[in-house]
Write a protein that binds this ligand. Structure first.
Ligand code: PHE
Length: 451
């Protein structure tokens, strides 16, 4: 097989600036995972213990993986399907395949959830909010079944495809530059508004202060924290490999990854500071931790429904925020397989986008029609596959091609201490810890399926 880049693609696009990359990468990271995953996972795992584990995993494990992924993409200057082979030889093709399949798996159901988000947005805007929990459950039932789901899924995919087909600078970078500041602004307004709720303090306490030591050893909490860290940072899936392949050699990889991880974590925490006060003010804690996928769409509209017109405005802002966050993530999910087809077969961008979008529409139909299937896709592709990808990429950069990692850190003049630290972590710390997280996650997942 010929893995070498097709000549047509040798003129690879680049981000216009470092900020362009940061906003695009943060756009990928900040998504439904921050708004919806963070809230329900932390309420399943007893608040603070989950938050602490999650932050430790981000700092100790994910940051080196982030740098390793970026080093892989920038060194290979190719998409994530080809990059591992270019650097490590044909034996590493399976890693490239994992980077091809995992984003397809996530994107197929992500657009279904985006469809629900759009539906909830329009419903809040034009018709109003549900009056009580049972009305909200009916409402969620109606948006998550029937033909409107397929329509929402399709429209979200088409919108994503339009952005990706316009390319890196004119598509992804332009859209994320425009939307990310708006997103931060709405988020801040909502967090300020949430302080005025009667259950605000109760919410903060449950989210951040309710600490039970035993939760740190609970397999479900451990799996949730690993999944949330990798999913939320878009790691282990080839997004950062692909995005870094459009980056100039001058950019300092550790600084960029630290910036993106910081933004993402802050947004996750801020989202918790919005959702928890709402949930506790309206006594909805059970709804949020019980249902995995419906939480955001049942508890938030119900809570806000009690607030009259002001609540409705907040709901409109919240679901607009969620959709903006989601689209900047879904473009990254689409870009990974699209750029892989371009590199591997020399296809034009437009053709790749069409092929992948059709595959995604078809692959998403089971998730659109059945919530259980969506949940299974989420736990396999959005959980186990990402952790596996993170494990393999750090093993690869730490043990198989450590020289390339070193080279990428040296070209952008990263200090020797940071370089040594990152190489040490990539070799000795990330692989065993992620391996441990992977084993626990697989066991916990199977245990859940058996019970
Ligand atoms: N990070 C995104 C979110 O939090 C989801 C995502 C995962 C996007 C993996 C790309 C790759 O919603």
């Amino acid at each position: 097989m010929d893995f070498i880049l097709n000549k047509k693609n040798s003129q690879r696009e680049q981000w216009t600036s470092k900020l362009g990359f940061i906003l695009a990468a943060a756009g990928s990271a900040v998504g439904l995972g921050n708004l919806w995953g963070f809230a329900y996972r932390s309420s399943q795992g007893g608040g603070a213990a989950f938050v602490i584990l999650y932050i430790l995993i981000v700092l100790i494990v994910c940051l080196p993986v982030f740098v390793a992924e970026m080093a892989l993409g920038r060194n290979a200057i190719s998409s994530s399907l080809i990059a591992p082979v270019k650097l490590g030889g044909k034996n590493w093709y399976p890693l490239g395949i994992l980077f091809f399949i995992a984003p397809l798996g996530i994107a197929s159901y992500y657009s279904v959830i985006m469809g629900w988000t759009a539906d909830t947005f329009f419903h809040s805007l034009f018709f109003g909010l549900p009056k009580d929990l049972s009305e909200a459950e009916n409402f969620f039932g109606s948006i998550s079944s029937g033909s409107s789901v397929l329509l929402g899924h399709l429209l979200s995919l088409v919108l994503t495809a339009v952005v990706v087909s316009s390319g890196i600078k004119k598509g992804i970078e332009k859209v994320t530059r425009f939307f990310m500041p708006i997103l931060f602004f709405i988020l801040l307004l909502l967090a300020i508004w949430a302080t005025s709720l009667s259950g605000a303090w109760e919410g903060y306490k449950t989210f951040l202060l309710k600490f039970e030591l035993s939760q740190l050893a609970n397999p479900q909490t451990i799996r949730n924290a690993f999944t949330q860290a990798f999913f939320s940072l878009s790691l282990g899936i080839g997004v950062m490999v692909t995005y870094a392949s459009y980056l100039s050699k001058k950019s300092n990889l550790p600084k960029l990854s630290f910036g993106v991880a910081l933004l993402d974590t802050l947004v996750g925490l801020m989202a918790g500071l919005i959702t928890f006060p709402i949930v506790l003010t309206f006594g909805l804690s059970e709804t949020i931790s019980e249902s995995t996928v419906g939480a955001l769409f049942i508890s938030i509209p119900t809570g806000l429904g009690a607030y009259g017109i002001a609540g409705r405005l907040v709901a409109v802002a919240f679901f607009a925020l969620a959709y903006i966050a989601a689209i900047t993530s879904s473009v990254s999910l689409l870009e990974v397989p699209v750029s892989s087809l371009m590199d591997k077969f020399g296809f034009k961008r437009g053709k790749s986008v069409c092929i992948i979008t059709i595959i995604l529409f078809l692959a998403g139909i089971p998730s659109a029609l059945n919530l259980n299937i969506l949940g299974i896709f989420d736990s396999i592709f959005g959980g186990v596959f990402l952790i596996l990808g993170g494990f393999l990429v750090s093993f690869f950069m730490g043990w198989v091609v450590p020289g390339k990692l070193n080279e990428e850190l040296n070209v952008s003049k990263v200090g020797t201490k940071t370089t040594r630290y990152l190489i040490f972590m990539t070799k000795w710390i990330s692989p065993p810890i992620i391996g441990f997280g992977l084993v626990i996650s697989i066991f916990d997942l199977i245990k859940g399926w058996m019970s």
